[in-house]
Design a protein around this ligand. Structure first.
Ligand code: MN
Ligand code: MN
Length: 322
């Protein structure tokens, strides 16, 4: 980072114990001035796009709590994200829990100046519809590529008659709006019963590379990483991780669990395998604490956010020195 910047570091767990103090993402400073921030960690506590079991509005608060367990250095890649970049907790988007359209505008309005300031966002949802207004704010220079971990494609069309905006539709809308390049999009872990045969066809017709969980198991993690890297290429790429991509054994605290998913370690290895891509942001969505009183799903979410943060910080720092 440049010398003129203040350095934003997590509060040392040897100065103030990690269980103490006011919880922020990864014990980072909470700031509202983005001038000196490289990567902003942002909560989007909203689940108004949920079509079944709500509760993800409570995700950011519990993820912040469990994220205080995160330390500074990635044990395997040795990446030190807080040394590579100025990371900060930018707080929560002030959502409107009773108005979907208003909330989409509020989320876009929160992220737009952050993007304009050159800050890469890493967000905690909230349900998966939050990714649509985030993309509206950050895909200003052309459609993004995406590595998408999920049990569901989230490219369905309409719900309950003619409702276009739910957590099952964000990527259909993002493609229609020119925010997301389907030919640079890979979806990993897809499974679960459908309403109809055609539900998942549309995305593949647009050119999305869909890796159902059966193909994932046949290919193995390393081949899936290679395929994901091939699909997204060198262009700007977003990571969107729906915690229901994991088997509900590992992440029961989510609204639409589907059995037969990948493991937490497979998820960690896949995210690490994205190091070196042109990553510009990411999110971790659908942690719904009311369905997991143990808090483990939020710990999983916080830890996977740290995995994403490590590869994102490596990319941000790499672009700065290029
Ligand atoms: Mn899902
Ligand atoms: Mn999803």
């Amino acid at each position: 980072m440049s010398e003129s910047k203040r350095s934003f570091k997590p509060v040392s767990g040897n100065v103030m114990p990690r269980f103490s103090g006011i919880a922020t993402f990864m014990r980072l400073p909470h700031v509202t001035d983005t001038a000196e921030v490289d990567i902003g960690l942002i909560g989007v506590p909203w689940d108004g796009g949920t079509t079944n079991r709500a509760g993800a509005r409570h995700g950011p608060r519990q993820i912040r709590d469990l994220s205080t367990l995160v330390r500074n250095v990635h044990h395997h890649s040795k990446i030190r994200p807080f040394d590579l970049c100025n990371c900060a907790d930018l707080g929560d988007v002030p959502v409107n829990p009773i108005d979907l359209e208003d909330t989409l505008k509020r989320i876009e309005g929160f992220f737009a100046p952050i993007h304009a300031a050159g800050v890469a966002p890493l967000s905690a949802g909230g349900d998966h519809l939050i990714t649509l207004p985030i993309m509206r704010a950050i895909a200003k220079d052309g459609p993004l590529g995406m590595v998408h971990f999920d049990a569901h494609t989230d490219t369905w069309d309409r719900y309950f008659g003619d409702s276009k905006y739910t957590h099952g539709t964000p990527f259909r809308r993002a493609i229609e709006e020119g925010l997301l390049d389907p030919k640079r999009t890979v979806q990993i872990g897809i499974r679960g019963a459908l309403f109809g045969n055609a539900d998942n066809d549309w995305g593949q017709q647009q050119g999305i590379r869909v890796i159902e969980i059966e193909e994932f198991n046949d290919m193995g993690v390393e081949a899936v990483i290679a395929e994901a890297r091939r699909v997204v290429g060198e262009g700007p790429t977003y990571i969107s991780f729906d915690v229901d991509g994991l088997d509900p054994v590992y992440a029961p605290g989510t609204g639409t669990p589907e059995i037969g998913g990948f493991t937490t370690q497979e998820a960690q290895r896949m995210i690490r395998g994205l190091q070196g891509l042109n990553l510009i942001g990411g999110d971790l969505v659908e942690v719904a604490p009311p369905f997991d009183p143990s808090g483990n799903t939020a710990l999983v979410g916080a830890t996977l956010m740290f995995e994403i943060l490590c590869v994102l910080a490596d990319a941000v720092a790499g672009r700065r020195s290029a």
